[in-house]
Design a protein around this ligand. Structure first.
Ligand code: GDP
Ligand code: MG
Length: 600
Protein backbone atom coordinates (compact mmCIF):
# COMPACT_ATOMS: atom_id res chain seq x y z
CA UNK A 1 0.00 0.00 0.00
CA UNK A 2 1.44 3.36 -0.96
CA UNK A 3 2.24 5.93 1.68
CA UNK A 4 -0.51 8.34 0.64
CA UNK A 5 -3.06 5.75 1.76
CA UNK A 6 -1.70 5.62 5.32
CA UNK A 7 -2.94 7.74 8.25
CA UNK A 8 -1.47 7.72 11.76
CA UNK A 9 -3.42 9.32 14.59
CA UNK A 10 -4.04 9.35 18.36
CA UNK A 11 -7.10 10.05 20.43
CA UNK A 12 -6.45 12.57 23.18
CA UNK A 13 -8.85 13.70 25.88
CA UNK A 14 -9.35 14.36 29.53
CA UNK A 15 -10.02 11.17 31.57
CA UNK A 16 -13.52 9.72 30.97
CA UNK A 17 -14.38 11.86 27.97
CA UNK A 18 -14.79 8.68 25.89
CA UNK A 19 -11.46 7.73 24.27
CA UNK A 20 -11.77 3.97 24.75
CA UNK A 21 -15.42 3.95 23.70
CA UNK A 22 -14.65 5.87 20.51
CA UNK A 23 -11.74 3.53 19.73
CA UNK A 24 -14.13 0.57 20.01
CA UNK A 25 -16.59 2.22 17.61
CA UNK A 26 -13.86 2.96 15.06
CA UNK A 27 -12.70 -0.67 15.19
CA UNK A 28 -16.24 -1.90 14.73
CA UNK A 29 -17.09 0.49 11.91
CA UNK A 30 -14.01 -0.50 9.93
CA UNK A 31 -14.71 -4.18 10.57
CA UNK A 32 -11.46 -4.75 12.48
CA UNK A 33 -13.66 -6.09 15.25
CA UNK A 34 -17.08 -7.63 14.73
CA UNK A 35 -19.87 -7.24 17.23
CA UNK A 36 -19.34 -10.83 18.38
CA UNK A 37 -15.56 -10.50 18.63
CA UNK A 38 -15.87 -7.26 20.49
CA UNK A 39 -17.53 -9.07 23.35
CA UNK A 40 -14.98 -11.87 23.27
CA UNK A 41 -12.13 -9.44 23.20
CA UNK A 42 -13.62 -7.45 26.00
CA UNK A 43 -13.70 -10.56 28.16
CA UNK A 44 -10.13 -11.44 27.22
CA UNK A 45 -8.93 -8.06 28.25
CA UNK A 46 -10.68 -8.30 31.55
CA UNK A 47 -9.08 -11.69 32.23
CA UNK A 48 -5.63 -10.44 31.46
CA UNK A 49 -6.28 -7.30 33.40
CA UNK A 50 -7.27 -9.38 36.38
CA UNK A 51 -4.03 -11.33 36.07
CA UNK A 52 -1.68 -8.62 35.03
CA UNK A 53 -3.04 -5.30 36.19
CA UNK A 54 -3.68 -2.14 34.25
CA UNK A 55 -0.61 -1.99 32.01
CA UNK A 56 -2.49 -4.09 29.50
CA UNK A 57 -3.87 -1.62 27.05
CA UNK A 58 -4.32 -1.26 23.37
CA UNK A 59 -1.05 0.32 22.26
CA UNK A 60 -1.52 0.73 18.55
CA UNK A 61 -4.07 -0.84 16.22
CA UNK A 62 -4.17 -1.11 12.48
CA UNK A 63 -7.48 -0.99 10.63
CA UNK A 64 -8.48 -0.80 6.99
CA UNK A 65 -11.10 1.76 6.00
CA UNK A 66 -12.85 1.96 2.65
CA UNK A 67 -13.54 5.68 2.30
CA UNK A 68 -16.27 7.41 0.32
CA UNK A 69 -13.72 8.19 -2.40
CA UNK A 70 -13.62 4.45 -3.11
CA UNK A 71 -10.04 4.00 -1.89
CA UNK A 72 -8.97 1.79 1.00
CA UNK A 73 -6.82 3.44 3.67
CA UNK A 74 -4.60 1.90 6.32
CA UNK A 75 -5.29 3.67 9.62
CA UNK A 76 -3.10 3.34 12.70
CA UNK A 77 -4.73 4.35 15.94
CA UNK A 78 -2.20 4.92 18.73
CA UNK A 79 -3.57 4.87 22.23
CA UNK A 80 -2.37 7.32 24.87
CA UNK A 81 -2.62 6.89 28.62
CA UNK A 82 -4.92 9.35 30.36
CA UNK A 83 -3.43 9.94 33.80
CA UNK A 84 -1.04 12.78 34.54
CA UNK A 85 1.56 10.34 35.96
CA UNK A 86 2.01 8.93 32.49
CA UNK A 87 1.81 12.17 30.55
CA UNK A 88 5.36 11.81 29.23
CA UNK A 89 4.07 8.77 27.32
CA UNK A 90 1.48 10.91 25.60
CA UNK A 91 4.22 12.98 23.98
CA UNK A 92 5.96 9.81 22.75
CA UNK A 93 2.75 8.45 21.25
CA UNK A 94 2.03 11.76 19.54
CA UNK A 95 5.51 11.79 18.03
CA UNK A 96 4.45 8.73 16.03
CA UNK A 97 1.40 10.46 14.50
CA UNK A 98 0.45 13.12 11.97
CA UNK A 99 -2.90 13.88 13.55
CA UNK A 100 -4.96 13.71 16.75
CA UNK A 101 -8.64 13.42 17.55
CA UNK A 102 -9.30 15.76 20.46
CA UNK A 103 -12.36 14.56 22.36
CA UNK A 104 -14.35 16.85 24.62
CA UNK A 105 -17.26 15.67 26.75
CA UNK A 106 -20.37 17.69 25.81
CA UNK A 107 -21.53 17.81 29.42
CA UNK A 108 -18.17 18.69 31.01
CA UNK A 109 -16.56 20.99 28.49
CA UNK A 110 -12.85 21.59 28.39
CA UNK A 111 -10.94 20.23 31.40
CA UNK A 112 -7.32 20.39 32.53
CA UNK A 113 -5.99 17.45 30.53
CA UNK A 114 -7.89 18.59 27.45
CA UNK A 115 -5.76 21.72 27.43
CA UNK A 116 -2.52 19.95 28.39
CA UNK A 117 -2.92 17.30 25.67
CA UNK A 118 -3.98 19.89 23.10
CA UNK A 119 -0.70 21.75 23.61
CA UNK A 120 1.31 18.55 23.35
CA UNK A 121 -0.31 17.90 19.96
CA UNK A 122 0.37 21.47 18.85
CA UNK A 123 4.04 21.14 19.84
CA UNK A 124 4.32 18.09 17.59
CA UNK A 125 2.72 19.98 14.68
CA UNK A 126 -0.20 17.59 14.47
CA UNK A 127 -3.44 18.24 12.63
CA UNK A 128 -6.11 18.34 15.36
CA UNK A 129 -9.68 17.24 14.76
CA UNK A 130 -11.93 18.54 17.56
CA UNK A 131 -14.81 16.23 18.46
CA UNK A 132 -17.56 16.89 20.95
CA UNK A 133 -18.59 13.54 22.39
CA UNK A 134 -21.63 12.38 24.40
CA UNK A 135 -24.09 14.61 22.55
CA UNK A 136 -26.73 11.95 23.31
CA UNK A 137 -26.84 13.00 26.97
CA UNK A 138 -29.69 15.31 28.07
CA UNK A 139 -27.15 17.52 29.89
CA UNK A 140 -25.05 18.00 26.73
CA UNK A 141 -24.24 21.63 25.91
CA UNK A 142 -22.60 21.41 22.48
CA UNK A 143 -22.93 25.14 21.80
CA UNK A 144 -21.12 26.08 25.02
CA UNK A 145 -18.34 23.59 24.26
CA UNK A 146 -17.98 24.78 20.65
CA UNK A 147 -17.49 28.28 22.01
CA UNK A 148 -14.82 27.04 24.44
CA UNK A 149 -13.03 25.23 21.62
CA UNK A 150 -13.01 28.45 19.60
CA UNK A 151 -12.00 30.75 22.46
CA UNK A 152 -9.57 28.60 24.40
CA UNK A 153 -8.00 26.40 21.75
CA UNK A 154 -8.45 28.76 18.82
CA UNK A 155 -9.92 26.09 16.53
CA UNK A 156 -12.67 27.20 14.11
CA UNK A 157 -16.19 25.96 14.83
CA UNK A 158 -16.52 24.61 11.28
CA UNK A 159 -13.96 21.93 12.15
CA UNK A 160 -15.86 20.58 15.15
CA UNK A 161 -17.57 17.19 14.76
CA UNK A 162 -20.53 16.32 16.99
CA UNK A 163 -20.54 12.70 18.08
CA UNK A 164 -21.73 10.08 20.47
CA UNK A 165 -19.29 7.21 20.82
CA UNK A 166 -21.88 5.34 22.85
CA UNK A 167 -24.70 5.66 20.31
CA UNK A 168 -22.44 5.48 17.27
CA UNK A 169 -23.27 9.01 16.07
CA UNK A 170 -20.71 10.81 13.89
CA UNK A 171 -18.38 7.81 13.46
CA UNK A 172 -18.30 7.86 9.66
CA UNK A 173 -17.77 11.63 9.65
CA UNK A 174 -14.79 11.13 11.98
CA UNK A 175 -13.27 8.45 9.72
CA UNK A 176 -13.77 10.63 6.62
CA UNK A 177 -12.13 13.58 8.34
CA UNK A 178 -9.16 11.42 9.34
CA UNK A 179 -8.66 10.51 5.68
CA UNK A 180 -9.25 14.03 4.37
CA UNK A 181 -7.65 16.29 6.98
CA UNK A 182 -4.72 14.32 8.38
CA UNK A 183 -1.76 14.25 5.97
CA UNK A 184 -0.14 10.94 4.99
CA UNK A 185 3.26 10.19 6.52
CA UNK A 186 6.38 11.36 4.74
CA UNK A 187 9.33 8.99 4.49
CA UNK A 188 11.41 6.87 2.15
CA UNK A 189 11.18 3.10 2.01
CA UNK A 190 14.64 2.90 0.38
CA UNK A 191 16.39 5.06 3.03
CA UNK A 192 18.17 3.44 6.05
CA UNK A 193 15.76 2.23 8.72
CA UNK A 194 14.67 4.88 11.22
CA UNK A 195 11.98 3.82 13.70
CA UNK A 196 10.80 5.44 16.92
CA UNK A 197 9.97 3.27 19.95
CA UNK A 198 6.91 4.76 21.60
CA UNK A 199 5.85 1.92 23.87
CA UNK A 200 6.90 -1.52 25.06
CA UNK A 201 5.67 -4.42 27.10
CA UNK A 202 6.84 -7.86 28.15
CA UNK A 203 5.30 -10.88 26.45
CA UNK A 204 6.16 -14.30 27.90
CA UNK A 205 6.45 -15.82 24.41
CA UNK A 206 8.03 -13.03 22.38
CA UNK A 207 10.14 -11.42 25.09
CA UNK A 208 10.16 -7.63 25.37
CA UNK A 209 8.14 -6.22 22.48
CA UNK A 210 8.71 -2.71 21.11
CA UNK A 211 5.94 -0.68 19.51
CA UNK A 212 7.40 1.45 16.77
CA UNK A 213 6.63 4.00 14.12
CA UNK A 214 8.81 3.66 11.03
CA UNK A 215 9.86 7.00 9.56
CA UNK A 216 12.20 5.59 6.87
CA UNK A 217 13.20 2.20 5.55
CA UNK A 218 11.70 -1.24 6.06
CA UNK A 219 12.07 -4.13 8.48
CA UNK A 220 11.56 -7.92 8.28
CA UNK A 221 12.09 -10.94 10.52
CA UNK A 222 15.75 -12.00 10.32
CA UNK A 223 17.07 -8.41 10.06
CA UNK A 224 19.71 -7.38 12.56
CA UNK A 225 18.63 -4.22 14.39
CA UNK A 226 20.60 -1.77 16.48
CA UNK A 227 19.25 0.43 19.27
CA UNK A 228 20.59 3.95 19.00
CA UNK A 229 20.97 4.81 22.71
CA UNK A 230 22.86 1.66 23.77
CA UNK A 231 24.32 0.38 20.50
CA UNK A 232 23.00 -3.10 21.39
CA UNK A 233 22.13 -5.39 18.46
CA UNK A 234 19.41 -8.02 18.18
CA UNK A 235 18.03 -10.31 15.50
CA UNK A 236 14.38 -9.65 14.74
CA UNK A 237 12.20 -12.73 15.27
CA UNK A 238 8.87 -11.23 14.29
CA UNK A 239 7.28 -8.00 13.03
CA UNK A 240 3.59 -7.25 12.94
CA UNK A 241 0.76 -5.03 14.06
CA UNK A 242 -2.24 -5.28 16.33
CA UNK A 243 -5.43 -5.62 14.32
CA UNK A 244 -6.28 -5.53 17.30
CA UNK A 245 -4.95 -9.07 17.89
CA UNK A 246 -1.18 -9.40 17.60
CA UNK A 247 -0.80 -10.27 13.90
CA UNK A 248 2.41 -11.22 12.15
CA UNK A 249 3.24 -9.41 8.90
CA UNK A 250 6.01 -10.02 6.35
CA UNK A 251 7.42 -6.57 6.87
CA UNK A 252 6.89 -3.08 8.23
CA UNK A 253 7.75 -0.10 6.04
CA UNK A 254 8.13 3.68 6.23
CA UNK A 255 4.95 5.27 7.57
CA UNK A 256 3.83 2.07 9.34
CA UNK A 257 3.10 1.56 12.99
CA UNK A 258 3.62 -1.91 14.42
CA UNK A 259 5.61 -4.11 16.76
CA UNK A 260 9.06 -5.70 16.76
CA UNK A 261 10.02 -8.81 18.73
CA UNK A 262 13.69 -9.79 18.95
CA UNK A 263 14.01 -12.16 21.93
CA UNK A 264 14.89 -9.25 24.20
CA UNK A 265 14.88 -10.49 27.80
CA UNK A 266 14.27 -7.29 29.72
CA UNK A 267 11.87 -4.49 28.90
CA UNK A 268 14.43 -2.01 30.28
CA UNK A 269 16.61 -2.65 27.21
CA UNK A 270 13.85 -1.07 25.15
CA UNK A 271 13.80 2.60 25.93
CA UNK A 272 10.76 4.59 25.01
CA UNK A 273 11.83 7.41 22.71
CA UNK A 274 14.83 5.46 21.40
CA UNK A 275 15.52 4.95 17.68
CA UNK A 276 15.78 1.52 16.04
CA UNK A 277 17.94 1.15 12.95
CA UNK A 278 19.63 -1.63 10.98
CA UNK A 279 23.06 -2.81 12.14
CA UNK A 280 24.52 -3.05 8.66
CA UNK A 281 23.11 0.17 7.18
CA UNK A 282 22.34 2.48 10.12
CA UNK A 283 20.63 5.86 9.88
CA UNK A 284 22.92 8.76 10.80
CA UNK A 285 20.36 10.80 12.71
CA UNK A 286 18.06 9.40 15.43
CA UNK A 287 14.45 10.55 15.71
CA UNK A 288 14.76 13.77 17.76
CA UNK A 289 13.71 14.39 21.33
CA UNK A 290 14.77 11.37 23.36
CA UNK A 291 13.89 12.01 26.98
CA UNK A 292 13.66 9.05 29.36
CA UNK A 293 10.97 8.94 32.01
CA UNK A 294 12.21 10.29 35.30
CA UNK A 295 10.91 9.05 38.65
CA UNK A 296 9.70 11.99 40.74
CA UNK A 297 8.42 10.26 43.85
CA UNK A 298 10.33 7.87 46.13
CA UNK A 299 9.21 5.59 48.92
CA UNK A 300 10.62 2.73 50.96
CA UNK A 301 9.21 -0.75 50.36
CA UNK A 302 9.95 -3.31 53.07
CA UNK A 303 9.03 -6.95 53.53
CA UNK A 304 6.67 -7.77 56.34
CA UNK A 305 5.04 -10.84 57.89
CA UNK A 306 6.53 -13.99 56.31
CA UNK A 307 8.12 -12.28 53.32
CA UNK A 308 11.92 -12.18 53.31
CA UNK A 309 14.19 -9.54 51.84
CA UNK A 310 15.32 -12.03 49.15
CA UNK A 311 11.72 -12.75 48.16
CA UNK A 312 11.02 -9.05 47.85
CA UNK A 313 14.18 -8.59 45.77
CA UNK A 314 13.13 -11.40 43.40
CA UNK A 315 9.65 -9.94 43.09
CA UNK A 316 11.01 -6.48 42.27
CA UNK A 317 13.43 -7.90 39.69
CA UNK A 318 10.67 -9.80 37.94
CA UNK A 319 8.28 -6.88 38.14
CA UNK A 320 10.82 -4.47 36.64
CA UNK A 321 11.09 -6.62 33.50
CA UNK A 322 7.56 -5.41 32.85
CA UNK A 323 7.77 -1.80 33.96
CA UNK A 324 10.61 0.25 32.52
CA UNK A 325 9.65 3.31 34.57
CA UNK A 326 10.54 2.12 38.07
CA UNK A 327 13.97 2.37 39.66
CA UNK A 328 15.01 0.72 42.90
CA UNK A 329 18.00 0.18 45.13
CA UNK A 330 18.46 -1.62 48.42
CA UNK A 331 18.41 0.41 51.61
CA UNK A 332 18.26 -0.43 55.25
CA UNK A 333 16.27 1.18 57.98
CA UNK A 334 16.90 0.77 61.70
CA UNK A 335 13.14 0.54 62.19
CA UNK A 336 12.17 -1.65 59.23
CA UNK A 337 15.31 -3.64 58.43
CA UNK A 338 16.43 -4.36 54.87
CA UNK A 339 14.25 -3.13 52.04
CA UNK A 340 14.30 -0.98 48.94
CA UNK A 341 14.00 2.66 48.01
CA UNK A 342 11.81 2.72 44.93
CA UNK A 343 11.28 5.60 42.49
CA UNK A 344 7.90 6.13 40.80
CA UNK A 345 6.47 8.53 38.21
CA UNK A 346 3.77 9.63 40.64
CA UNK A 347 1.36 8.45 43.29
CA UNK A 348 -0.87 6.45 40.96
CA UNK A 349 2.16 4.63 39.63
CA UNK A 350 3.20 3.90 43.22
CA UNK A 351 -0.20 2.43 44.03
CA UNK A 352 -0.12 0.23 40.95
CA UNK A 353 3.36 -1.11 41.70
CA UNK A 354 2.44 -1.83 45.31
CA UNK A 355 -0.69 -3.68 44.32
CA UNK A 356 0.92 -5.68 41.55
CA UNK A 357 3.84 -6.75 43.75
CA UNK A 358 1.43 -8.14 46.30
CA UNK A 359 -1.12 -9.62 43.91
CA UNK A 360 1.11 -11.02 41.20
CA UNK A 361 4.30 -11.80 43.07
CA UNK A 362 2.77 -12.79 46.39
CA UNK A 363 4.92 -10.66 48.71
CA UNK A 364 3.63 -8.81 51.75
CA UNK A 365 5.04 -5.31 52.05
CA UNK A 366 4.98 -2.12 54.06
CA UNK A 367 5.33 1.12 52.14
CA UNK A 368 6.61 4.30 53.74
CA UNK A 369 5.21 7.77 52.98
CA UNK A 370 6.36 8.97 49.56
CA UNK A 371 8.69 11.93 49.20
CA UNK A 372 10.21 13.99 46.40
CA UNK A 373 13.94 14.42 45.70
CA UNK A 374 15.41 17.32 47.69
CA UNK A 375 18.67 19.04 46.84
CA UNK A 376 20.97 20.06 49.65
CA UNK A 377 23.94 22.32 48.88
CA UNK A 378 26.77 22.12 51.42
CA UNK A 379 28.37 25.33 52.67
CA UNK A 380 32.10 24.86 52.19
CA UNK A 381 32.49 22.23 49.50
CA UNK A 382 29.50 23.51 47.51
CA UNK A 383 28.70 19.85 46.98
CA UNK A 384 25.09 19.09 46.07
CA UNK A 385 23.45 16.13 47.74
CA UNK A 386 20.29 14.62 46.22
CA UNK A 387 18.14 13.37 49.06
CA UNK A 388 15.77 10.54 48.14
CA UNK A 389 15.14 9.41 51.67
CA UNK A 390 14.26 11.79 54.55
CA UNK A 391 16.70 9.96 56.82
CA UNK A 392 19.57 11.29 54.67
CA UNK A 393 18.43 14.88 55.19
CA UNK A 394 20.87 16.79 57.45
CA UNK A 395 19.70 17.67 60.96
CA UNK A 396 22.27 20.38 61.34
CA UNK A 397 21.37 23.06 58.81
CA UNK A 398 24.33 25.16 60.00
CA UNK A 399 26.53 23.33 57.51
CA UNK A 400 24.08 23.79 54.66
CA UNK A 401 24.07 26.72 52.27
CA UNK A 402 20.59 26.05 50.93
CA UNK A 403 17.95 23.42 50.42
CA UNK A 404 15.90 23.19 47.24
CA UNK A 405 12.74 21.32 46.36
CA UNK A 406 11.05 20.53 43.03
CA UNK A 407 8.19 22.77 41.84
CA UNK A 408 5.41 22.08 39.36
CA UNK A 409 3.15 24.40 37.41
CA UNK A 410 -0.39 23.33 38.27
CA UNK A 411 -3.28 24.25 35.98
CA UNK A 412 -6.74 24.00 37.52
CA UNK A 413 -9.95 24.38 35.55
CA UNK A 414 -13.02 24.88 37.71
CA UNK A 415 -16.59 26.18 37.60
CA UNK A 416 -16.43 29.68 39.01
CA UNK A 417 -18.45 28.92 42.17
CA UNK A 418 -15.53 26.83 43.49
CA UNK A 419 -12.76 29.20 42.49
CA UNK A 420 -12.49 30.66 46.02
CA UNK A 421 -12.03 27.20 47.52
CA UNK A 422 -9.39 26.23 44.98
CA UNK A 423 -7.44 29.47 45.44
CA UNK A 424 -7.42 28.97 49.19
CA UNK A 425 -6.21 25.40 48.75
CA UNK A 426 -3.39 26.48 46.42
CA UNK A 427 -2.29 29.10 48.95
CA UNK A 428 -2.29 26.57 51.78
CA UNK A 429 -0.14 24.40 49.53
CA UNK A 430 2.46 27.21 49.35
CA UNK A 431 1.43 28.00 45.81
CA UNK A 432 2.15 31.21 43.95
CA UNK A 433 -0.50 32.36 41.49
CA UNK A 434 0.73 32.85 37.95
CA UNK A 435 -2.48 33.28 35.99
CA UNK A 436 -6.20 33.68 36.41
CA UNK A 437 -8.52 33.66 33.43
CA UNK A 438 -12.08 32.97 32.41
CA UNK A 439 -12.61 30.24 29.81
CA UNK A 440 -16.25 31.28 29.53
CA UNK A 441 -18.62 33.07 31.91
CA UNK A 442 -18.90 30.00 34.15
CA UNK A 443 -15.45 28.46 33.97
CA UNK A 444 -12.12 29.69 35.28
CA UNK A 445 -8.58 28.56 34.71
CA UNK A 446 -5.92 29.07 37.38
CA UNK A 447 -2.19 28.52 37.19
CA UNK A 448 -0.06 28.13 40.30
CA UNK A 449 3.53 27.22 40.97
CA UNK A 450 3.40 24.72 43.83
CA UNK A 451 6.02 22.50 45.48
CA UNK A 452 5.61 18.96 44.17
CA UNK A 453 5.72 17.61 47.72
CA UNK A 454 2.46 19.46 48.45
CA UNK A 455 0.81 18.12 45.30
CA UNK A 456 1.59 14.50 46.12
CA UNK A 457 0.31 14.88 49.66
CA UNK A 458 -3.46 15.14 49.28
CA UNK A 459 -3.98 17.68 46.50
CA UNK A 460 -6.02 15.35 44.32
CA UNK A 461 -8.57 14.51 47.01
CA UNK A 462 -8.79 18.11 48.16
CA UNK A 463 -9.43 19.48 44.65
CA UNK A 464 -12.18 16.94 44.14
CA UNK A 465 -13.81 17.51 47.54
CA UNK A 466 -13.63 21.30 47.41
CA UNK A 467 -15.24 21.41 43.96
CA UNK A 468 -17.69 18.52 44.45
CA UNK A 469 -15.83 16.69 41.72
CA UNK A 470 -16.11 19.45 39.09
CA UNK A 471 -12.58 20.87 39.06
CA UNK A 472 -9.75 19.16 37.20
CA UNK A 473 -6.02 19.76 37.22
CA UNK A 474 -2.81 18.90 35.45
CA UNK A 475 0.80 19.67 36.30
CA UNK A 476 4.24 19.74 34.81
CA UNK A 477 7.66 19.88 36.40
CA UNK A 478 9.29 23.33 36.14
CA UNK A 479 12.47 23.07 38.22
CA UNK A 480 14.01 23.41 41.68
CA UNK A 481 13.61 26.39 44.04
CA UNK A 482 15.18 27.20 47.41
CA UNK A 483 12.97 26.42 50.36
CA UNK A 484 13.05 26.61 54.17
CA UNK A 485 12.72 22.93 54.96
CA UNK A 486 13.34 20.99 58.15
CA UNK A 487 13.38 17.35 59.12
CA UNK A 488 10.72 16.21 61.54
CA UNK A 489 11.57 13.15 63.65
CA UNK A 490 8.95 10.91 65.12
CA UNK A 491 9.92 9.14 68.35
CA UNK A 492 8.14 6.16 69.82
CA UNK A 493 9.00 5.65 73.49
CA UNK A 494 11.91 8.07 73.00
CA UNK A 495 13.45 6.18 70.11
CA UNK A 496 13.41 7.87 66.68
CA UNK A 497 11.67 5.78 64.00
CA UNK A 498 13.59 6.69 60.85
CA UNK A 499 10.86 5.38 58.56
CA UNK A 500 8.36 7.83 60.03
CA UNK A 501 10.53 10.92 59.71
CA UNK A 502 9.79 13.37 56.93
CA UNK A 503 10.70 16.74 55.47
CA UNK A 504 8.39 19.69 55.96
CA UNK A 505 8.38 23.45 55.41
CA UNK A 506 9.31 25.24 58.66
CA UNK A 507 6.05 27.26 58.68
CA UNK A 508 4.01 24.10 58.62
CA UNK A 509 6.12 21.99 60.94
CA UNK A 510 4.15 22.64 64.16
CA UNK A 511 0.76 22.05 62.68
CA UNK A 512 1.88 18.96 60.80
CA UNK A 513 3.64 17.56 63.88
CA UNK A 514 0.51 17.96 65.98
CA UNK A 515 -1.72 16.31 63.41
CA UNK A 516 0.64 13.42 62.89
CA UNK A 517 1.06 12.53 66.54
CA UNK A 518 -2.74 12.62 66.84
CA UNK A 519 -3.09 10.40 63.81
CA UNK A 520 -0.50 7.96 65.19
CA UNK A 521 -2.36 7.88 68.48
CA UNK A 522 -5.42 6.71 66.53
CA UNK A 523 -3.66 4.14 64.38
CA UNK A 524 -1.26 2.45 66.79
CA UNK A 525 -3.12 -0.24 68.74
CA UNK A 526 -3.11 -0.01 72.54
CA UNK A 527 -0.73 -2.36 74.27
CA UNK A 528 -0.06 -3.53 77.79
CA UNK A 529 2.28 -0.62 78.50
CA UNK A 530 2.04 3.09 77.82
CA UNK A 531 3.25 4.31 74.41
CA UNK A 532 4.75 7.73 74.16
CA UNK A 533 4.68 9.46 70.75
CA UNK A 534 6.74 12.59 70.09
CA UNK A 535 7.55 14.79 67.12
CA UNK A 536 10.82 16.72 67.21
CA UNK A 537 12.94 19.04 65.10
CA UNK A 538 16.63 18.60 65.86
CA UNK A 539 16.52 17.76 69.56
CA UNK A 540 13.44 19.84 70.33
CA UNK A 541 10.10 18.14 70.93
CA UNK A 542 7.26 20.14 69.39
CA UNK A 543 4.31 17.80 69.84
CA UNK A 544 3.54 14.71 71.88
CA UNK A 545 0.78 12.26 72.77
CA UNK A 546 0.38 9.20 74.95
CA UNK A 547 -1.47 5.98 74.30
CA UNK A 548 -2.77 4.59 77.57
CA UNK A 549 -2.02 0.95 78.36
CA UNK A 550 -4.72 -1.67 78.11
CA UNK A 551 -6.10 -2.51 81.53
CA UNK A 552 -5.51 -6.07 82.65
CA UNK A 553 -9.18 -7.00 82.91
CA UNK A 554 -9.83 -5.76 79.37
CA UNK A 555 -7.28 -8.22 78.05
CA UNK A 556 -8.72 -10.97 80.16
CA UNK A 557 -12.12 -10.36 78.66
CA UNK A 558 -10.65 -10.37 75.23
CA UNK A 559 -9.40 -13.93 75.68
CA UNK A 560 -12.56 -15.25 77.28
CA UNK A 561 -15.20 -17.16 75.34
CA UNK A 562 -14.54 -18.95 72.10
CA UNK A 563 -10.81 -18.54 71.74
CA UNK A 564 -10.29 -20.15 68.34
CA UNK A 565 -13.01 -18.09 66.73
CA UNK A 566 -11.60 -14.89 68.15
CA UNK A 567 -8.12 -15.84 67.12
CA UNK A 568 -9.28 -16.46 63.59
CA UNK A 569 -11.05 -13.15 63.54
CA UNK A 570 -7.95 -11.40 64.81
CA UNK A 571 -5.78 -13.08 62.21
CA UNK A 572 -8.17 -12.07 59.47
CA UNK A 573 -8.13 -8.48 60.66
CA UNK A 574 -4.38 -8.50 60.71
CA UNK A 575 -4.19 -9.90 57.21
CA UNK A 576 -6.57 -7.31 55.85
CA UNK A 577 -6.11 -3.77 56.98
CA UNK A 578 -3.73 -4.10 59.89
CA UNK A 579 -0.41 -5.07 58.43
CA UNK A 580 2.09 -4.54 61.23
CA UNK A 581 5.77 -3.95 61.66
CA UNK A 582 7.33 -4.53 65.02
CA UNK A 583 9.35 -1.62 66.42
CA UNK A 584 10.97 -2.72 69.66
CA UNK A 585 7.91 -3.95 71.53
CA UNK A 586 5.48 -1.63 69.74
CA UNK A 587 3.48 -2.79 66.72
CA UNK A 588 3.19 -0.18 63.99
CA UNK A 589 0.43 -0.69 61.40
CA UNK A 590 0.80 0.22 57.71
CA UNK A 591 -1.46 3.25 58.25
CA UNK A 592 1.11 4.69 60.64
CA UNK A 593 3.70 4.83 57.89
CA UNK A 594 1.32 6.63 55.57
CA UNK A 595 -0.16 8.93 58.21
CA UNK A 596 1.78 11.85 56.74
CA UNK A 597 -0.38 11.52 53.64
CA UNK A 598 -3.70 11.88 55.35
CA UNK A 599 -3.29 14.93 57.53
CA UNK A 600 -4.26 18.59 57.16
P1 GDP B 1 -11.80 7.41 28.49
O1 GDP B 1 -11.34 7.51 29.91
O2 GDP B 1 -11.59 8.70 27.78
O3 GDP B 1 -11.23 6.24 27.75
O4 GDP B 1 -13.40 7.21 28.54
P2 GDP B 1 -14.27 5.91 28.33
O5 GDP B 1 -14.36 5.55 26.89
O6 GDP B 1 -13.82 4.86 29.29
O7 GDP B 1 -15.69 6.47 28.74
C1 GDP B 1 -15.97 6.97 30.05
C2 GDP B 1 -17.44 6.79 30.34
O8 GDP B 1 -18.23 7.59 29.45
C3 GDP B 1 -17.93 5.35 30.15
O9 GDP B 1 -18.86 5.07 31.16
C4 GDP B 1 -18.60 5.37 28.78
O10 GDP B 1 -19.60 4.42 28.66
C5 GDP B 1 -19.16 6.78 28.74
N1 GDP B 1 -19.30 7.29 27.37
C6 GDP B 1 -18.34 7.34 26.41
N2 GDP B 1 -18.82 7.90 25.28
C7 GDP B 1 -20.11 8.21 25.54
C8 GDP B 1 -21.16 8.83 24.76
O11 GDP B 1 -21.01 9.21 23.60
N3 GDP B 1 -22.35 9.01 25.40
C9 GDP B 1 -22.57 8.62 26.69
N4 GDP B 1 -23.79 8.83 27.20
N5 GDP B 1 -21.63 8.04 27.43
C10 GDP B 1 -20.40 7.84 26.87
MG1 MG C 1 -10.05 4.65 28.61
Amino acid sequence: MSLDKVRNFSIIAHVDHGKSTLADRLLEFTGAVTERERKEQLLDTLDIERERGITIKMQAVRMLYKAKDGETYKLHLIDTPGHVDFSYEVSRALAACEGALLLVDATQGIEAQTVANFWKAVEQDLVIIPIINKIDLPAAEPERVIKQIEDILGLPREEVILASAKEGIGIEEILESIVQRIPPPKGKVDAPLKALIFDSYYDPYRGAVAFVRLFDGELKAGDRIKLFSTGKEYEVTEVGAQTPKMTKFDKLEAGDVGYIAASIKDVRDIRIGDTVTLAKNPTKEPVPGFRPAKPMVFAGIYPTEDTTFEELRDALEKYAINDAAIVYEPESSPALGMGFRVGFLGLLHMEIVQERLEREYGVKIITTAPNVIYRVKRKHSGEILEVRNPSEFPDNLGLVERVEEPYVLVTVITPKEYVGNIMQLCQEKRGEQKKFSYLDENTTMLEYEIPLSEVILDFHDKVKTLSRGFASYDYEFIGYKPSDLVKLHILINKKPVDALSFIVHRDKAYRRARLIVEKLKETIPRQLFEIHIQAAIGGKVIASERIKPLRANVTAKCYGGDITRKKKLLEKQKEGKKRMKQFGNVSLPQEAFLSVLSVE
